[in-house]
Design a protein around this ligand. Structure first.
Ligand SMILES: O=P(O)(O)OC[C@H]1O[C@@H](O)[C@H](O)[C@@H](O)[C@@H]1O
Length: 290
């Protein structure tokens, strides 16, 4: 962090100091109103808790903190492709920005006490993703958490970008929760080769659930002890995921903790992916509250 951005409420730390597992540089943002922990790798929020509220994000007790590997929990940003790369499935799942270092390019305290942080990632174009692009990811930390993404296509041709904020929310017991706000919406079932079905009632999680809702509504509620509300703007896809016990047993950083979280992710993927012309920018935002 440059001196100019250093503020009294942001502190450089690392995963060794905070979690006893050295490996990643972290930022700790602490004010009387909330606490947030952010990994510089991926500009990944790992923790966020407003004063007098329950934690908004789930971070796996078995999370690993290794450079080049996504941390299990918080909000990894999947971009420039979401999920398995459809052109070349051997490429890393969920794109490349979640495992790369980002720059903190802005930090300011706003009137009223919220803090705004801006992280920037610039991709010059590479074998793994040919097109150059730039992302500016703004986090507004306060009573609520507000995320804003601006993506600019720096290629000289039109490029498809698919992406999502892969948000991990803590729940009492995933088998007992309901997600509202996706009723009467079609989804692609990733446990059944992306076959199309329709979600009629509230979404429940009796086992593995991996669903992509295209053209989804802008507001969801996760009904757990302290309900979580999501409001998005220009995020047309919602992806809901919990691995269930069998798949979780194969994920060393989840394992027997699968019942403690649900992912309700927001972005633009599959049919909602962004086609950006040369130099074109697109923006989206997400508000999370508990
Ligand atoms: O283990 P990863 O790469 O973080 O992905 C976790 C899950 O992310 C979800 O968004 C996908 O829909 C799932 O298919 C995937 O398994």
């Amino acid at each position: 962090m440059s001196d100019q951005l250093q503020t009294s409420f942001i502190r450089d730390t690392d995963s060794g100091a905070l979690y006893g597992k050295p490996g990643l540089d972290l930022l700790l943002v602490q004010t009387p109103r909330y606490r947030a922990v952010i990994a510089k790798q991926g500009a990944q929020l790992l923790e966020f808790q407003a004063a007098d509220r329950e934690p908004l994000l789930w971070l796996s007790p078995k999370a690993q903190f290794e450079p080049g590997k996504a941390v299990r929990g918080g909000i990894p940003l999947c971009l420039p492709w979401f999920g398995i790369n459809r052109v070349d499935p051997t490429k890393p799942k969920h794109g490349l920005v979640r495992t790369q270092p980002w720059q903190l390019t802005g930090a300011k305290e706003l009137p009223g006490g919220d803090v705004e942080l801006v992280f920037t990632f610039r991709h010059d174009g590479s074998e793994v993703f040919e097109a150059p692009f730039r992302c500016d990811f703004t986090m507004r930390l306060g009573r609520e958490l507000q995320l804003h993404l601006r993506l600019e296509n720096l290629a000289e041709k039109t490029v498809e970008y698919s992406w999502a904020w892969h948000t991990y929310f803590p729940v009492e017991s995933v088998r007992e929760i309901e997600v509202h706000g996706l009723e009467h919406t079609d989804y692609l079932d990733n446990t059944r080769e992306l076959a199309r079905f329709r979600q009629e009632g509230p979404l429940t999680f009796p086992g593995e659930v991996d669903r992509v809702f295209e053209n989804a509504p802008a507001h969801q509620q996760i009904l757990t002890r302290a309900p979580i509300h999501t409001h998005s703007d220009n995020c047309h896809s919602v992806i809901t995921w919990n691995p269930g016990p069998e798949l979780a047993a194969t994920l060393a950083d989840v394992d027997d903790h699968y019942g403690e979280f649900v992912c309700v992710e927001h972005g633009n993927a599959f049919a909602d992916s962004w086609q950006l012309a040369p130099g074109e920018r697109a923006e989206a935002s997400l508000l999370l509250q508990r």
